[in-house]
Write a protein that binds this ligand. Structure first.
Ligand SMILES: Cc1cc2nc3c(=O)[nH]c(=O)nc-3n(C[C@H](O)[C@H](O)[C@H](O)COP(=O)(O)OP(=O)(O)OC[C@H]3O[C@@H](n4cnc5c(N)ncnc54)[C@H](O)[C@@H]3O)c2cc1C
Length: 447
């Protein structure tokens, strides 16, 4: 039986393992951390609280991730929310962009006009500007990688207020960079999905923590189907022989060998694993042209409930762009102390990187209290800040062309990960799409 070595136990590595096992190929997955899940992982701290790498929502337009979740038996752990984007503004002023149950793009047109977030001229400019992504194909949208979202917005005469009040927060939530830095391509891609499929923009959250509700069940599925999972084992180098990979060297000095190799690590880690001699090949050298962005995920435990809303919120008026009370959205692991556990993602994170965790926690609490005045009457029991210096690859203009296909020029080496070439942006869906593509190539290679 052919055997494949997979480096990286995030969604891309795990989905690759599942797809290869389905094809009757043995897998050995090597993950450097003690927990699986990578940027979607969670773990339990000394107090017994579940800590997350990042706040995550699952969109209905995730056309490969949702079937994958069904296949491994975790789809029902997603709780779908009301189809509404909630915008939090200072002083407790909340705006609902509600998508009614009518076909797309009409439901989006209603959501973006039937609200008091925008002025009339902002609403009209937004609708007319977005129309090009509704009628454009995905191939047309790929050509938009030569400009920033802001340049695209100006070119399409969408009012500045629309970016300031909404789209900048969405850029920060999706890619952790603002409208001036983000490529127009990923934003136009989501507009395209949202405008062509009625429920594409509806999202859900997990009913508990990722480790309990996704990664433990996926790990069990893999082991049950004969796969080998090795956590707490770091790969240090890919070793070559005769124009292919000979094995993966591990931190303990041993060499693991297989018939094919899939590197499903983030781009900065993949670079560290590859021999520098490979940089003479443009395919590999391009990996050095992709940059990463930092993020900080903050969790705040309060002594009482500070909201009754079971949904996530977006905001342009805080150091974070997306947040939610997980005691309500994901109660299984977060509603156990009789109060809210509000989680938020600080973006952009670079300006705050030098601050201490307690300063970052206090900054988030203060900003949250401006959006939700109820927070002023609550006591903060505990706050944590989880830093990821190299989180997503930086989705800036011009970066897309450097994202590699999953099949490398070395016959038995394949890449996977949200940053490799696939239709979607860097996301959980992108990670699973990359896994399917890598697994297809491996199956083809192994015959
Ligand atoms: C704060 C935050 C919020 C997010 N919110 C959303 C969201 O709402 N919706 C969404 O769709 N996406 C979201 N994302 C993006 C999503 O989490 C990622 O796109 C996805 O999880 C990437 O999966 P991956 O497998 O490609 O990479 P990773 O999750 O990074 O997995 C790579 C794995 O490789 C391992 N590894 C690295 N080097 C080695 C080595 N040398 N040896 C062994 N193992 C190694 C790592 O430890 C890691 O487990 C968010 C990300 C963050 C950080």
């Amino acid at each position: 039986m052919a055997k494949v070595i997979i480096v990286g136990g995030g969604l891309a590595g795990l989905a690759t393992a599942v797809k290869l096992l389905d094809a009757g190929i043995a897998v050995e997955l090597i993950e450097k951390r003690d927990v699986l899940g990578g940027k979607t992982s969670s773990w339990v701290d000394a107090d017994g609280d579940h800590i997350e790498s990042g706040l995550h929502c699952y969109f209905r337009c995730y056309k490969e991730l949702l079937p994958f979740f069904r296949h491994v038996g975790v789809y029902d752990n997603i709780r779908w929310k009301e189809h509404t984007f909630l915008i939090a503004r200072p002083g407790g002023h909340h705006v609902r962009l509600h998508f009614p149950k009518i076909p797309a793009p009409l439901n989006g047109m209603v959501a973006f006009t039937n609200n008091d977030l925008f002025t009339l001229s902002e609403k009209l400019s937004n609708l007319l500007g977005l129309a090009t992504t509704w009628i454009g194909t995905l191939d047309y949208i790929k050509t938009l990688d030569n400009m920033s979202f802001r340049e695209w917005r100006v070119q399409h005469r969408i009012a500045e207020g629309v970016e300031r009040k909404l789209w900048n927060a969405i850029c920060l939530s999706l890619g952790f960079i603002g409208a001036e830095d983000m490529s127009a391509r990923p934003m136009a891609t989501i507009f395209h999905y949202f405008a062509t499929v009625a429920d594409a923009s509806q999202f859900g959250t997990l009913d508990g923590s990722p480790n309990e509700r996704i990664f433990k069940p996926i790990a069990e599925w893999i082991v049950r189907h004969g796969g080998t999972l090795r956590t707490g084992v770091k790969a240090t180098a890919v070793e070559l022989e005769h124009g292919g990979v000979a094995g993966v060297r591990l931190a303990d000095g041993s060499l693991v060998r297989g018939d094919a190799y899939v590197l499903a690590a983030p781009v900065h880690s993949t670079r560290q694993l590859l021999p520098s001699s490979l940089r003479s090949i443009a395919y590999f050298n391009n990996l050095w042209k992709l940059r990463s962005v930092p993020t900080i995920n903050v969790q705040l435990w309060f002594d009482r409930y500070v909201t009754t809303v079971d949904n996530f919120w977006f905001t342009s008026d805080a150091c974070f762009s997306v947040f939610g009370d997980l005691a309500l959205t994901s109660p299984l692991q977060y509603d156990h102390h009789g109060g809210s556990m509000v989680e938020m993602c600080v973006a952009p994170a670079a300006p705050f990187w030098q601050q201490s965790n307690s300063e970052i926690v206090e900054m988030c609490r203060r900003d949250l209290a401006r959006l939700w005045p109820e927070v002023n009457g609550a006591r903060l029991l505990k706050g944590t800040a989880t830093r990821i210096p190299n989180s997503l690859y930086r989705e800036e203009p011009g970066a897309d062309r450097y994202r590699p296909d999953q099949r490398s020029p070395l016959t038995n080496l394949f890449l996977a990960g949200d940053w490799t070439a696939q239709d979607y942006m860097a996301s959980m869906e992108g990670a699973v799409q990359s896994a399917r593509r890598a697994a297809d190539y491996v199956v083809q290679f192994l015959g």
